[in-house]
Design a protein around this ligand. Structure first.
Ligand code: FAD
Ligand code: NAI
Length: 486
């Protein structure tokens, strides 16, 4: 065939003829599956490749959903054991059936992952089970568990391969006694003692699960504060309440240096702020020191993508496109908060970008939540960030101990804090710790998306008695120091 025709045919094949898909998505976590559905809604022929048997990624299988299922179960037990009598409810022979608690959690996971299978079918999305790796920028090889493989081609590729737990180089995880969050979701007994390395979100949520069931939980944290990236007041209050209500112990400013197992016991060594060695012993040790972007097996080297040295993240531009045109990346594998809702919004963003639309994500208004009790929730700038930026702001707070609703439910720990611009009164940040904060933060996000002032919230009618009245009161306190109930 003359060179010209061969060249033309290759060009046609590459761009117009034999591409099987408009979009191929690698990974079916909240980033990948949401992106696939949005692509399909926009009329793009879409395929998803997932290496695990079930869809939903970390979030549905070993993250958000199972952890919340166990948090709910353990909260019921804790209330039955500690607050029911005050409510006038007597219970005899209260016990924990751990295998049943885990089985219910597994059932919740199964319902959710099956939901994704249904949504893929409904939206006519093709799915492939296997490891997806780049052959070239349009061709993905799918290697199945039986060793066979097939190639599929797409005009656009979205990498949504997520993250995995970060391991400390000097502390090998044996998955039996020294475990990650994944194994901590499947312990079929109530341990007597547990050490949690890391006072971040995972450590405090899973630490709470076991502390509520009766485990003596010790948190070893390198920094002087827990949940250190959130507004400083939140970590202080959370630590106080977890100590008081669950008996959790905190070793702050302790740098873990190693851990050893002997039979059914783990010993964790750490250096305290004075540089002295401290040894702690427990039945289990959860290592929860962050998560690292997961890119193993993707074959990024075959298309010339290099990950960042710190955190292994895939670099992307403002359109979430990598250095290779037509190859996008979203969710935990790129920069930013490692949160399911951030991954979902990026999934939609990329789908709409590929379809020729001009979507937008406001990264400053992605809420952060910790599902302890009391719950912690936050959006916008912290006081520390505003001080660092030199922004003049007003702060208004309202404690739940002054809320009628919180008194009725005996959930009086915590507060809401509203930060507003000193000159314009625009809300710059809302930080709360208290009952149902995870749900209440939505009001603050909506207000801030519409650039509301603190006075706007103060003048909006809030139903009585609700926990949300605390937001209104904090806004009133911020706007003109005119909170009514304090
Ligand atoms: P993931 O959910 O990690 O999904 C990536 C998928 O890609 C995986 O299924 C993986 O198997 C697949 N994959 C990877 N490489 C390949 C390949 N080469 N071929 C095929 N498939 C591949 N976030 C919240 O917002 N709220 C919470 O309450 C919350 N709780 C959490 C609790 C725990 C214990 C943990 C660990 C995390 C929690 N998170 C929570 C974080 C949340 O799970 C992640 O931010 C979210 O799952 C990221 O979504 P993703 O789509 O980027 O990646
Ligand atoms: P994290 O980053 O929240 O916390 C890790 C903590 O470990 C930090 O406080 C850090 O100072 C500490 N640490 C690190 N090295 C240490 C050492 N050697 N010794 C002692 N302490 C050390 O990470 P985490 O909790 O593992 O969570 C990972 C990700 O998962 C987070 O980014 C979070 O966004 C996401 N996640 C979100 C949830 C939610 O939205 N509710 C729930 C669970 C996880």
């Amino acid at each position: 065939m003359p060179y010209f025709y061969w060249g033309l045919l290759t060009l046609l094949n590459k761009n117009f003829i034999i591409m099987q898909y408009d979009v191929i998505i690698i990974g079916s976590g909240p980033g990948g599956y949401v992106s696939a559905i949005r692509c399909a809604q926009l009329g793009l022929k879409t395929a998803v490749i997932e290496k695990y048997k079930t869809f939903g990624g970390t979030c549905l299988n070993v993250g958000c959903i199972p952890s919340k299922a166990l948090l709910d179960s353990s909260e019921h037990y804790h209330n039955a054991a500690h607050t029911f009598t005050t409510h006038g409810i007597g219970l005899k022979d209260l016990s924990v059936d751990m295998p049943q608690m885990i089985a219910r959690k597994d059932d919740v996971v199964a319902q959710n992952t099956a939901g994704i299978t249904y949504l893929f079918k409904k939206n006519k999305i093709d799915s492939f089970e296997g490891l997806g790796s780049f052959v070239d920028k349009n061709t993905i090889k799918i290697t199945k568990t039986d060793g066979t493989s097939e190639n599929i081609t797409g005009k656009n590729i979205v990498i949504a391969s997520g993250s995995k737990p970060t391991a400390l180089p000097f502390l090998p995880i044996d998955k039996k006694r020294i475990i990650t969050s994944t194994e901590a979701l499947n312990i079929k007994e109530v341990p007597k003692t547990m050490i949690v390395i890391g006072g971040g979100v995972i450590g405090l949520e899973l630490g709470s699960v076991y502390a509520r069931l009766g485990t003596k939980v010790s948190v070893v944290e390198y920094l002087p504060s827990i949940i250190a990236t959130m507004d400083a007041g939140l970590g202080k209050e959370l630590q106080r309440v977890l100590k008081k209500s669950l008996g959790m112990e905190f070793f702050m400013g302790h740098k873990v240096t190693g851990a050893t197992t002997k039979g059914k016991k783990v010993t964790v060594s750490a250096l305290n702020a004075k540089g002295e060695e401290v040894n702690l012993e427990a039945d289990y040790c959860i290592v929860a020191v962050g998560r690292t972007a997961y890119t193993a097996g993707l074959g990024l080297e075959n298309i010339g993508i290099k990950t960042e040295e710190r955190g292994n993240k895939i670099p992307v531009n403002a359109h979430l496109e990598t250095a290779v045109p037509g190859v996008y990346a979203i969710g935990d594998v790129i920069t930013g908060a490692m949160l399911a809702h951030k991954a979902e919004d990026e999934g939609v963003f990329v789908a709409e970008t590929i379809a020729g639309q001009k979507p937008h994500i406001n990264y400053n208004l992605i809420p952060g939540v910790v599902y302890t009790w009391p719950e912690v929730a936050s959006v916008g700038y912290t006081e520390e960030q505003l001080k660092e930026k030199g922004v003049k702001y007003k702060a208004g707070s309202f404690p739940f101990k002054a809320s009628g609703r919180a008194k009725a439910s005996m959930d009086t720990d915590g507060f809401v804090k509203v930060l507003a611009d000193e000159a314009t009164d625009e809300i710059l940040g809302v930080h709360m710790i208290g009952p149902r904060a995870a749900d209440m933060i939505a009001e603050a996000v909506v207000a801030m998306e519409f650039r509301a002032s603190a006075e706007d919230i103060a003048r909006i009618c809030h139903a009585h008695p609700t926990y949300t009245e605390a937001i209104k009161e904090a806004a009133m306190a911020a706007t003109a120091n005119r909170a009514i109930h304090i």
